[in-house]
Design a protein around this ligand. Structure first.
Ligand code: C5P
Length: 211
């Protein structure tokens, strides 16, 4: 039986992960968060003193990595790793490495009836022929407010203007890069996630019934 693929793209802190988790649970699909892979590589480069401004060092390191965990962890959720992940994501060699991991994951994972994959280039580059493509939209101020609240609720120190500045910087890095910039993928449905989660899910449920 053909496995279905749903892609979710959108800027930082737009709620892709929460939406993907919801879809994965309700429709029994494997969830793959491609951001984790960029974050894991960023952590690997950081701990191994790889100069991330030197593409030759990056290529050399990539050649030595056989596998990367797809699991989330608090260690890769820091602001430092977020920024580093955006920086290394500009390199074509890093993107090819991560894309290959994603295709292998889909090839090997046969347990469920399909996949929901979120990131920045999933519908535009990695899985261009997906069955359903979503693009999540929320303005930077709302995204920064939500991220700020999340950090405060989890007991972390946080400053709203700093979060907003970082979100805008990551947006810029994602949108202006040469390789796989963040765009609305061809054929994607734009989902407005600035209201309640119920409203967002309502928009998506209608689309899911079609596939
Ligand atoms: O989604 P998340 O914030 O965890 O991703 C971390 C960083 O990895 C992003 O800021 C983005 O620059 C990069 N990324 C990417 N393409 C993806 C997923 C993440 O460029 N498909």
């Amino acid at each position: 039986m053909k496995k279905i693929i749903i892609t979710i793209d959108g800027p930082a802190a737009s709620g892709k992960e929460k939406i993907a988790k919801f879809i994965s649970k309700k429709w029994k699909l494997n969830h793959l968060d491609s951001g984790i892979l960029y974050r894991r590589l960023a952590l690997n480069f950081l701990t191994n003193d790889v100069d991330i401004d030197n593409v030759y060092q990056i290529k050399k390191k990539l050649n030595t990595i056989n596998n990367i965990s797809f699991r989330n962890s608090l260690r890769i959720r820091t602001q430092k790793i977020s920024k580093l992940a955006s920086k290394i994501a500009v390199y074509d060699c890093v993107r090819s490495f991560v894309n290959k991991l994603q295709h292998n994951y889909v090839k090997k994972n046969k347990k469920k009836q399909g996949f929901v994959i979120d990131g920045r280039d999933i519908g535009s580059v990695v899985f261009k022929n997906a069955d359903l493509k979503l693009y999540i939209e929320v303005n930077p101020e709302i995204r920064a407010k939500r991220r700020y609240k999340q950090l405060i609720d989890s007991g972390e120190k946080s400053i709203y203007p700093k979060i907003l500045k970082e979100i805008k910087l990551r947006d810029r890095l994602d949108k202006i890069r040469k390789h796989s910039p963040l765009i609305v993928p061809k054929g994607a449905y734009i989902i407005d996630n600035s209201g309640t989660f119920k409203n967002t899910i309502g928009q998506i449920a209608k689309l899911l019934r079609k596939i």
